[in-house]
Structures are given as C-alpha cells and as structure tokens.
Design a protein around this ligand. Structure first.
Ligand SMILES: C[S@@+](CC[C@H](N)C(=O)[O-])C[C@H]1O[C@@H](n2cnc3c(N)ncnc32)[C@H](O)[C@@H]1O
Length: 233
C-alpha cells in the first residue's frame, strides 16, 4: 500500500502512468513481426536527418536517440561518426537495433528502458533526436520530456523531432480527453503552434513537413509528419 502514497510530483506522475497500458509490453507485440510492412521498419534513415548531416546543420558529436525503435537512425548517425546512445522501452526493438548495428559494423550503445528513467549526465549531448516517440508521450510527461532535453543537452545543442501533424495523422483529441478515455488512440497529432509553444525556449532552426520519399531513395519520409530542428540557447 505504501507504494501508493503520493509524496512528490514524481509520485503523481507515476500514478498517472499507471492509468495507461504497459508501454514496453505493447511495443514488444508491435515489433514481434518485422515483415509486416510498417514504413519505419525499413532500414533507412529519416530524410530530414540526412539533410541535417549532409547540409552541415549538424556536425558529428554525442547523440541521444529517444524511442529509437529498430535503430535505423541510430545506425545512420553512428555511420556519420557520432557517438550514439539509443534508448527504447521495447526489448524487441532494442534487440533489432543490436542486430542492425552488428550487420552495419558500427558502434551504438542501445539501452532498453523508459526515457524518463534515464540517468543522464548534465550537458552531455550535442544532439537529442526523436523520430516518432514524442507523439506517444502522455501529456502529463511532457514537462518531464522538456526537463530531460534541458538537462541532457549541451548549451547550443540540437533537438531534432519528427511527429504526427494534426489534421493529417494522429488522434485529434485534447490532452484532457486522453485522461477521460485513458488512452492515446495511437498517438497524438500536433499543430505547428503547439510544437513551437512546447519547445518555445529553444531557437527554432527548421520547421516543415517531412518530404514524402520514394521507395527507391532509401530514405524514410512521410508527409503526414512534421520535422523540426531546435537549438538550445
Ligand atoms: C513510432 S515508434 C518509432 C521508432 C523509431 N524511432 C523509428 O522511427 O524507427 C515509437 C517508439 O518509441 C518507443 N517509446 C514509446 N514511449 C517510450 C518511452 N517512454 N521510453 C522509451 N521508448 C518509448 C516505442 O517503443 C517505439 O519504438
């Protein structure tokens, strides 16, 4: 019973987490069949991420990838010369990432865990990258997410994001409705204004729709996603 006593803000957040499904278990089921034709299961990096590196916006450095899934972007960043820590709540996803890093013969430090349980050294990353994780984060954890960015990024460090664009993809429900329904219905869609407000303390370097890519390009790109690059001041 003592487990259920609320002493701190973190205890309140943990109580709210408990209203929802076990994320690790759910995502393990999602990744169980790697052949099911999910676009982001293909072993190719995000087009915006490639543009950032090839266009010189981002130089190789220390990277943290949040919700790395099967590791396609983590492997790409390692190939660019980055020192990559990549975390995902699904062990099945992390195992896939390990297979890919071996196949590509690169070094990536994969960890299975919740991004909010990470023990982070302050100012230790030049880039934090999130492709498709943020729209699965429960609204009560959004402030924790921002704290994570603030703590882990070095001054002048970058935060790269791709997430559902409201009106094109993602649940069109308010944050309050998430708690009435006790589910996120596959992830939340965000407006440009919402995202620029959430990350308003950061300098916005780029904000656009992801470019829809062709299968032949070997790049991931879906036009129903926003892609954004922010910089810590
Ligand atoms: C849409 S998938 C994207 C995967 C990968 N970034 C990609 O684009 O290939 C979202 C990922 O976020 C992970 N995830 C969701 N909530 C998480 C959390 N709280 N901590 C760590 N990973 C999480 C899921 O397990 C899943 O792999």
């Amino acid at each position: 019973m003592n487990d259920e006593t609320i002493y701190s803000h973190e205890d309140t957040l943990r109580m709210l987490d408990s209203f929802f499904r076990d994320e690790g278990e759910w995502w393990d089921g999602f990744y169980a069949d790697k052949e099911k034709g999910i676009p982001f299961f293909r072993d190719c990096p995000d087009e915006n991420l490639v543009e950032c590196f090839s266009g010189g916006n981002i130089a190789p450095g220390r990277v943290l990838e949040l919700g790395c899934g099967g590791g396609r972007n983590a492997v790409y960043m390692a190939q660019q010369g980055c020192k990559v820590d990549a975390v995902d709540i699904s062990q099945t996803a992390v195992d896939w990432g390990m297979e890919r890093k071996a196949a590509h013969q690169v070094e990536v430090n994969f960890t299975c865990g919740n991004i909010f349980d990470l023990e982070l050294t302050p100012g230790s990353y030049d880039l934090i990258y999130d492709s498709g994780c943020f729209h699965h984060i429960y609204p009560h954890r959004r402030a924790s997410y921002l704290e994570l960015l603030d703590r882990a990024l070095t001054p002048g460090g970058y935060f790269g994001l791709t997430c559902f664009a409201a009106g094109s993809m993602g649940a069109e429900i308010t944050d309050w409705e998430v708690y009435r329904q006790r589910r996120m219905r596959g992830g939340l869609g965000f407006t440009e204004e919402q995202l620029k407000t959430f990350f308003g303390n950061y300098e916005n370097i780029q904000f656009r729709r992801m470019r829809q890519t062709e299968q032949s390009e070997n790049l991931f790109g879906e036009a129903f996603l926003w892609t954004a690059l922010f910089r810590k001041r």
